[in-house]
Design a protein around this ligand. Sequence first.
Ligand SMILES: [Zn+2]
Length: 358
Amino acid sequence: MHLDLSTMKATQELSDWQWRAVATKNRELDGVFYFGVRTTGIFCRPSCSSRQPKRENVSFFITATDAEKAGFRACLRCKPLEAHITEPKSELIAKAFRILRNANVEIAAVEDLANELKVSPGHLQKTFKNVLGITPKEAIDMFRMENFKENVRDADVTSSLYDSGFGSSRSLYEKAGERLGMTPAVYKKGGKGIAIRYTIADSPLGKLLVASTDKGICAVSFGDDEDELKRELEQEFFAASINEDDRGLKKAVDSILRGLNGERSILTLPLDIRGTAFQMRVWSELRKIPYGETRSYKQVAENIGDPNAIRAVARACATNPVALVTPCHRVVASDGKLAGYRWGIERKKELLDKEGGK
Ligand SMILES: [Zn+2]
């Protein structure tokens, strides 16, 4: 979506306008939007009689569900969940807002919005002016701007996920997952309802754990101690049912061990891994690095079309769930230094020496 400068200048801030509605306790807009107060964790309808919050603590939501998803609880005084729209003109505006809020449907012209609402552009014009004091065109521009800013924010959210690591707040993951259409590992609540089979084999680099769901390999890791490897698996998939299955996984183990010698069948193993869209992009890029070659974090960032995401690429490498199958060991620092490896820098060195990588 493109916003030219004149649109941006002409555009009122949606939140400015919503704030004015809250400041004037506009009853006509109850049910049209909601506001949450971050200091109390409560969300209200615009007309709530509680003391007016400070503007900087307020977030706005077009639906009550949005407010709840963001972690706010319904105000006991104004009972926002019971906010019913009584006036047909408010009803029309609420519908318009929900359509405009849906970033998947881009509406640029008043006629398009009128069509969606099955009313005449003239009627829309009159209703907006009457209730909101702004034209439908102004409302469309406000929402376009808001959706645009949100997309930009999501890009930040995604990169900040990586800056803050896996221990960060669940709501961030959920937000990112929802928007990106992927389900990050954390959201899966430890593999609840999933059956995982695993085996531990000897490899030239120590003990090798391979674990699989019905759909594909979900974990490949190195360690020195079998119990430790098993404990890690159980921690990662704390809600899954986990059973040992040496025979069932023998083929997969053989394929992975042959991958150590450059056999490409390792690349055709089915995977069942979860990550954000960004992680998936990085991991899929890593699988393109041929045996015997290396790339820098910077090159990988460039190859996925996100040249500034070097740190985020490094994070994605460090969180690779399937050693060898996704060869994160073939990514090194720009100066050729090995940088880090999830399963120990010594193993990374050994792997690269073995592959003769330059
Ligand atoms: Zn309230």
